[in-house]
Design a protein around this ligand. Structure first.
Ligand code: CUA
Length: 334
């Protein structure tokens, strides 16, 4: 290997090591923030330690054997042996016990974390190509991309898919669970610290897979109650003659209504795209891959598939004036 390549590899390795020791990253399963995620880490840490100890023992035995029985140039054939019942029993029984020791708590945890939920707050999750929809049946709320939950409260996710298999994964809060069309899968999660957590669809589901993200916003119970009250308000009606009113007209006439719901404005039964009734209360768009900022909204509305490959939202060839009006309307939808 020549020198520049070796140097580059060393630098990359060093960067990886630094990254591993650095601060908590948004999708760090080694930094659990709730009981379910803690339980998973408490399972994987001892397994990792056991595997590490076994690795060291096996490597040490190999090195010892290589050194001890090395060729000494005396052409003597070592003693030949065949079979040792006691040893063979031992090296069958010990690994079997270790595997059972690992398997029993693991299977129990998998069952506990994914069976039909109990008494937590219910949220229905629907995977779409390429965004997640969240419905709060007890609060009569439908939203997308951002899952808002109160701190310290158990949440029961009831998940299904509208198209292909996706996988719901917020590493700091819970394990990974497939989201399957025609089936309901369950996942429990809880966050014990206020803040934001990130997740990612973890099953390849087509072109937009890498941009199918989840933002979990954990708030105090008071803030959650206020959020619920806001979400239950009807969509803001822009005043006549404002840019937002022009944007609403565009929304109604450019085909947006065939996929997007805005309560009281557009009630398509086939909600193939995120509900926009309160889009301005979310800080992300496009499968949580872009921000709810003027720059991102402009780029997105100008050409969605260019911003998120595979996007089913087509390029509507909007003029920049139209885009400005639409953004004024979207920003009014708090
Ligand atoms: Cu949805 Cu990958």
């Amino acid at each position: 290997m020549n020198r520049p390549i070796r140097r580059a590899l060393l630098a990359a390795l060093f960067a990886l090591l630094l990254a591993a020791c650095g601060q908590v990253t948004p999708m760090d399963s080694f930094a659990p923030a709730g009981p379910e995620a803690h339980r998973i880490l408490n399972l994987s840490t001892p397994v990792f330690i056991i595997a590490g100890v076994i690795f060291l023992l096996v490597e040490a035995a190999i090195v010892f054997a290589v050194w001890k029985f090395r060729d000494r140039g005396d052409d003597l054939e070592p003693t030949q042996i065949h079979g040792n019942t006691r040893l063979e029993l031992l090296w069958t029984i010990i690994p079997a016990l270790i595997l059972a020791g690992v398997a029993i708590p693991t299977v129990k945890a998998v069952i506990d974390l994914t069976t039909r939920p109990g008494d937590g707050m219910e949220v229905k999750v629907t995977g779409h190509q390429w965004w997640f929809e969240f419905q709060y049946p007890n609060h009569d709320i439908t939203t997308a991309n951002v899952l808002v939950i109160p701190v310290g409260t158990p949440v029961d996710l009831e998940m299904t898919s509208a198209d292909v298999v996706h996988s719901f994964w917020v590493p700091r809060l819970a394990g990974k669970r497939d989201v399957i069309p025609g089936q309901t899968t369950y996942l429990k999660l809880q966050a014990d610290e206020i803040g934001e957590y990130w997740g990612q669809c973890a099953e390849f589901c087509g072109l937009g897979h890498a941009n199918m993200r989840i933002r979990v916003q954990v708030v105090s119970q008071e803030d959650f109650d206020a959020w619920v009250a806001d979400q239950r308000q009807p969509a803001v009606e822009p005043a006549n003659g404002t840019p937002a009113a022009a944007g609403k007209d565009l929304f109604l006439n450019k085909g947006c209504t065939s996929c997007h719901v805005i309560d009281g404005v557009s009630d398509t039964a086939q909600a193939a795209a995120p509900n926009l009734t309160h889009i301005a209360s979310r800080d992300v768009i496009a499968g949580a891959s872009l921000n709810f900022t003027e720059d991102d909204l402009k780029a997105w509305l100008a050409n969605p598939p260019a911003m998120k490959p595979g996007s089913y939202m087509p390029n509507l060839h909007l003029s920049s004036d139209d885009i400005d009006s639409l953004i004024a309307y979207l920003e009014a939808l708090k």
